[in-house]
Ligand binder design. Structure first.
Ligand code: CIZ
Ligand code: SF4
Length: 303
């Protein structure tokens, strides 16, 4: 099938199965274009929960489809590429976390949404890169065990100095490799561009940013600001929406290394195949789901 046939086939399958397609901001352009909604993981999961679709095709990585399933247990959730995982999320297991918690019995346990349902089930509260600072600030406890991203944890620690943040040694392979030299070079090449950086980058890199934020915050900032040149320090998939929303502004990707191989696995063909065969269903054991939804609900209460 060629591209047009695939797009037409996906549309037909969508209406036959009463399905919606949601795509993360890091997906390839073609997949973003066929999606009903494009956004960050939590916004997409919330959208899925409030939709009346029977089937959700989640174009993203495993923990994201799992979060959608946690919030929509009665719906069928398909992950087009079953081996699209998040290496950072895999850097913490529930077993290792249970052991670590024994060392810090007084600490609140906060998990970044980039974690498995099993890990979320062991945490007090979840956070995203949009709300991590507010979530940690809202806690009663002074000690906070933050998993799995050491870089986001470090960023939060700087913003909320009254807390004692215990870091986990996880990191995003894509954001962690951005170098200070690359930021310096990009600034030299584009001196009048503002530098927007994701907090999954290392602290020295984050320090050089004009603005630090999640994918949604970066898109909103660049769209709303009366400025027209930006250097973008997050995964390259975000460039599609930035350019589409702002045809008169110029965006430079900070580093050619800002590619998440797992996010790039999903294609029109894999979306078509998943829907056609109704395959790659994501399941979360009910006991784990109930425990993990508590961490997500608590995050929602903080807002
Ligand atoms: O929560 C998300 O979707 C992730 C992983 C990043 C972001 O900044 O949106
Ligand atoms: Fe995981 Fe990083 Fe890829 Fe996001 S960009 S899915 S954190 S590996």
């Amino acid at each position: 099938m060629n591209r047009e046939e695939l797009i037409k086939g996906i549309k037909d399958l969508k209406s036959r199965h009463n399905a919606i397609i949601v795509a993360h901001n890091y997906q390839v352009d073609d997949v973003q274009e066929i999606a009903d909604v494009v956004g960050d993981s939590f916004a997409l999961s919330k959208h899925c929960a409030s939709s009346d679709a029977d089937v959700i095709v989640f174009c993203g990585v495993h923990f994201m489809a799992e979060s959608a399933k946690i919030l929509s247990p009665q719906k069928t959730v398909l992950l087009p590429e079953l081996d699209a995982g998040c290496p950072m999320a895999d850097m913490v297991t529930s077993e290792a976390l249970i052991e670590k918690k024994k060392l810090y019995p007084e600490a609140a346990v906060v998990c970044y949404i980039n974690s498995s349902a099993d890990v979320k089930a062991e945490c007090d509260i979840c956070c995203t890169s949009s709300n991590a600072v507010n979530i940690v600030r809202s806690l009663q406890e002074k000690d906070v065990l933050f998993v799995p991203d050491q870089n986001l944890g470090n960023y939060v620690a700087n913003q909320v100095p009254e807390k004692n943040i215990i870091l986990w040694e996880g990191f995003c392979i894509t954001h962690h490799r951005v170098k200070v030299e690359e930021v310096k070079k990009a600034k030299e090449l584009h001196p009048d561009a503002l530098v927007l950086i994701h907090p999954e980058c290392q602290p020295e890199v984050v320090k050089m940013a004009d603005f630090v934020g999640s994918t949604k915050q970066i898109i909103d900032f660049a769209t709303d600001l009366n400025h027209n040149k930006f250097i973008i320090g997050t995964e390259m998939g975000i460039m599609h929406k930035l350019k589409k929303n702002n045809p008169n502004k110029t965006f430079y990707l900070l580093s050619q290394g800002l590619v998440c191989p797992n996010m790039k696995k999903t294609s029109l063909l894999s979306v078509y195949n998943a829907l056609n065969e109704m395959k790659n269903k994501i399941e979360v054991a009910e006991e784990v789901r109930i425990k993990s939804i508590t961490a997500l609900d608590k995050m929602l209460q903080v807002g």
